[in-house]
Design a protein around this ligand. Sequence first.
Ligand code: LLP
Length: 426
Amino acid sequence: MHQFKYHQGALHCEEVNLQNLAEDYGTPLYVYSSQTLRNNYKRLHEALGNLDHHIAFAVKANSNLSVLRLLADLGSGFDIVSGGELFRVIKAGGDPKRCSFAGVGKTTEEIRYALEQGIYCFNIESLAELEFINNVAESISEIAPVAVRINPNVDAQTHKYISTGKAENKFGIDYEETMKVYERASALPHIQIKGIQMHIGSQLTNVSPFVEAVKRVIPLVKELQQTYGIEFFSIGGGIGIVYEEALASGPSHWWSEQENPPLSPDVYARELLPLLSALKLKIVLEPGRYMSGNAGVLLTSCLYEKKGRDKTFKIVDAGMNDLIRPALYEGHHEIVPIVERQSENTVIGDVVGPICESGDFFCQNRAIADFQQGDLIALMSAGAYSFTMASNYNSRPLPAEILVDGTETTVARKRQQWTDLIAGEL
Ligand code: LLP
């Protein structure tokens, strides 16, 4: 569910007309809805009911300070993967004691910083990392709280680049090896065993891989409870969102689908709560996309239409450097005009950016509204893994980010200027 809707023929974010935002701040422009973020957080929190739980937003999905601050104010913790993300969380007023540090390649500097800030836990991905963290902790006379990330070897049924819970992936420790890593952890003087963690993949639209993975790991969780008195079990992130609805059915159809996504927090909770409640442990969740994916759009303007020999190209002022998901994961983002069209006047074509790469497209051979030069369009569901994956490729300044709350707009990040592109260079 989200707060991007047409009012009197104009696409709005909450009470704000997106056309006005584009005129005031230019394009390409990221726009986020505060109410959608709040609703998503509350919906998940409420679906989990009495379960002793802790929601840790995956910062990699959207690391804008204003977004992090909004979530911190709701009580969210944070799943971080770098020292930089921890720095952002702290700057946004988030509590380091509610941060878990994941990732296969933590550096000395990052581990030391996280220890000094007193984070909740390090999620360990290898035996070598465990030893390394123990050494860094010893060097500054700290004790590092850890959980082992287990790889449950479950097929998440998602795109191969965002599937992480199979034995062939680089993530986590094999089920059979996990106990040995805990044994070693218990022998290390600067390590404190705190929990167990898993994450099987991202953009899951079916609850069954989660159920399968949780069932597979539960016997181990029980053993760890008895042997080491662990305090939490993190089941990771991965709840998928609705990206794709045929424009041919009309935008109103698309909005209504958002109300009943294939994997809602209710379905997720209904299937998992019976398994998790029985454990009497704190359950940590690390949602990223679920929380912010449908809370953002990327506004872009049509620069030119080019009628090629075989097809029509709509060339827009956003490029793959601003939103790389279509190029990298064949990601689908709905493309809707800011001014609602009464007729279903569509054309089959590609929406492409200005970057010198054939992969620089937002859709290919899709039935799209027949928008023209100067028209504004929105690339929907661009609140997660969108701005955070943007780059300066082709020396293009990063877009601005706007946070809307009711009728209010905040410039959450200024548009970069050309001078920003060369800052720090000799
Ligand atoms: N926890 C861990 C350990 C993760 O690796 C991830 C995401 C999450 C939580 C959050 O997953 P989510 O709830 O957002 O599915 N850039 C890709 C997605 C990469 C996901 C990486 N890990 C995309 O745009 O689809």
